[in-house]
Design a protein around this ligand. Structure first.
Ligand code: AGP
Length: 606
């Protein structure tokens, strides 16, 4: 969590830093700050609350200068307060940090013993003190940072500036993302790609154990021992406009509406229509070498994994288990050389997912990432990666990243299905045709938005919701409930509809809306039965059905009609109205849709 940014060049640093922080605010938004260096002095501004507060503060007390660092915080050590906000300053050294310093208490004890005075409750402040101590002993800023990163234990992406050397920013990375953008006579660093796009699309992705020294005309990358590393910049194909709201009221709404494009971009160039196969360049994994699959992920990505299990077991016919990454690591899963572990992550930076992959690699498993961010920590860790092409997802509630994950898993399962001989060419061709029709169906599905908005008005005052689904749509019920919880703060539970009678039915009364996923598939008759049970107990039914539906529609209080799709893609289609229900209820309740309370987009701590 937390986002860091740094800039050196000809522009006003505070403008670039604040703009960059705006793009990183999804990583944490309880406080923020910037430090700008000018005429051998570091100017500091910090504010508690959303970034707007910092922007107002900088407007009131401007910070001129062409070099600086900034931070947006999601508190781990110490409550949100101005004193705990970054940058932290000591003796003319300012530091921003994303991550957790595990040995900060023992280091602090030593420093306090030497007379250091601490001003915050954070683990980060230790870094500014250590760098300052090294500078006092005669080291340069680069040498001081190098000495410091060897002393601290934990995870970090950090950047430091010093009033003693006002021509450089020194940054270092250990298990937290850090990107350096290389412009013409200017450089920018950031925790994530969107924040650099206003300056440049040429980027170098730092690896664990690397440092970067940014100056106007050069960026030097070294390891922690100081050995220079040559790495060509990568050109990012995300445009600055992709990280803007583009006329939508919220990023989430824009991202919901981007799904037809995102899905098409994810399969573009990979489908072999004539042979019914999928082209996955560089995936060198014979189907016969895999006898068990684990899918590991967190949150929404875990829901995608639950759908993926159906694809792998149907197409590849290999037993597939889906685990929460945070649990998987702490049990003793049966992982060996013939195990394939697929990690799903939008950000590629989720700490538990990364840790799970590191663990299974030690046991000899093959690993694949399904990820939305190029050069993220996850894609570097796994043997092979299948990228989703959702583009930057800024809303904390995942939407287009989720549906593109479903597409990626479908393609991956089909790929192995074809290689294993379980899916013949004719079936493969039909499965690919289904996928090719999906973007158009998604376009049609989006036309339910006004109807959903009206339905949301009837239910936004209620305190609890239940979502019911069966088969591949059970994970979609879980996902619908998660969306509502995240952004509207309404308590919601997703259930496999068949489980209703085993407990949840006790909750049903006239104040309990039940969202029933009732497409016309093989579980439709059973779903009708579950809907009757809800009705009989006075529950209020919102049914999501196919356009030609009659029976379920007659039972429901409110109906949302979506185009019919094959069983495999019904989960994708149903996701759209569920995202819209959550969105419109949240808007009506006046919550912060894109940055809901207590959450951060990337959970980089365990
Ligand atoms: C989704 O709406 C959530 N914000 C959250 O559950 C998210 O999916 C989870 O934190 C995993 O993130 P990742 O996909 O970046 O690993």
């Amino acid at each position: 969590m937390c986002g860091i940014v740094g800039y050196i060049g000809a522009r006003e640093a505070s403008d670039v830093l604040l703009e960059g922080l705006k793009k990183l605010e999804y990583r944490g938004y309880d406080s923020s700050g910037v430090a700008v260096v000018k005429d051998g002095k570091v100017g500091l501004r910090r504010a508690v609350g959303k970034l707007d507060r910092l922007v107002a503060e900088v407007k009131k007390r401007p910070l001129a200068g062409h070099m600086g660092i900034g931070h947006t915080r999601w508190a781990t050590h110490g409550r949100p307060s101005e004193a705990n906000a970054h940058p932290h300053m000591e003796g003319g050294v300012a530091v921003v940090h994303n991550g957790i310093i595990e040995n900060y208490l023992s280091l602090k004890e030593v420093l306090v013993g030497e007379g250091a005075k601490f001003k915050s409750e954070t683990d980060t402040e230790i870094i500014s003190h250590l760098i300052h101590r090294e500078i006092k002993m005669g080291k340069t800023l680069v040498e001081a940072v190098r000495a410091t990163v060897r002393l601290i234990k934990g995870t970090f992406a950090m950047a430091a500036v010093s009033e003693h050397e006002p021509d450089k920013i020194v940054a270092a990375r250990m298990e937290c993302p850090l990107i350096v953008g290389i412009g013409r006579h200017e450089s920018i660093l950031s925790s994530d790609i969107p924040a650099i796009l206003s300056v440049t699309r040429r980027a170098v992705f730092l690896k664990d154990g690397e440092m970067a020294v940014l100056s106007r005309d050069a960026t030097i990358i070294t390891d922690f021992a100081g050995k220079e590393i040559k790495r060509e910049p990568t050109t990012i194909d995300w445009s600055p406009i992709m990280a803007e709201k583009g006329g939508y009221r919220h990023f989430m709404l824009k991202e919901i509406f981007e799904q037809p494009r995102a899905v098409a971009d994810t399969f573009r160039g990979l489908l072999m229509e004539e042979s019914g196969d999928v082209f996955l360049d560089g995936l060198d994994m014979p189907a016969g070498s895999i006898d068990r699959i684990y899918i590991v992920a967190c949150g929404t990505s875990w829901h995608a994994g639950l759908v993926g299990k159906y694809f792998f077991e149907e197409f590849f016919k290999v037993p597939t288990e889906v685990d929460l990454a945070s649990e998987f690591r702490y049990r003793n899963p049966l992982v060996g050389k013939k195990t394939l572990v697929i990690a799903i992550s939008q950000s590629g930076e989720t700490a538990d997912t990364l840790a799970a992959i590191k663990e299974v690699k030690k046991r000899g498993a093959s690993t694949i990432a399904v990820c939305n961010v190029v050069e993220s920590s996850l894609t570097r860790e796994t043997g092979w990666s299948l990228m989703t092409h959702a583009g930057p997802e800024i809303g904390v509630a995942s939407t287009k990243a989720f549906t593109t994950q479903l597409i990626a898993l479908y393609m991956l399962a089909l790929y192995f299905g074809r290689r294993s001989g379980n899916v013949d060419a004719e079936t493969g061709v039909a499965l690919i045709q289904e996928l090719l029709r999906l973007p158009k169906k998604l376009e049609e599905t989006l036309s339910v938005a006004p109807a959903v908005e009206n339905i949301a008005k009837k239910y936004s005052h209620l305190r609890d919701f239940i979502y019911l689904g069966r088969g591949l749509n059970h994970p979609i019920a879980l996902e619908g409930a998660l969306k509502l919880k995240e952004i509207s703060y309404i308590h919601a539970e997703g259930y496999a509809a068949g489980e209703m009678k085993h407990g949840p039915i006790a909750l049903i009364d006239e104040d309990m809306p039940v969202v029933a996923l009732a497409p016309n598939d093989r579980s439709y008759p059973k779903m009708l039965g579950n809907m009757e049970e809800v009705k009989a107990r006075g529950g209020r039914l919102i049914a999501i059905v196919n356009t030609d539906d009659i029976e379920a529609s007659q039972k429901a209080d409110d109906v949302i009609k979506v185009p019919p799709a094959s069983m495999h893609f019904t989960p994708v289609i149903l996701s759209v109205p569920l995202q819209l229900i959550a969105y419109h209820i949240a808007v009506l309740k006046g919550t912060d849709v894109d940055q809901p309370r207590n959450l951060a987009k990337s959970v980089t701590v365990e």
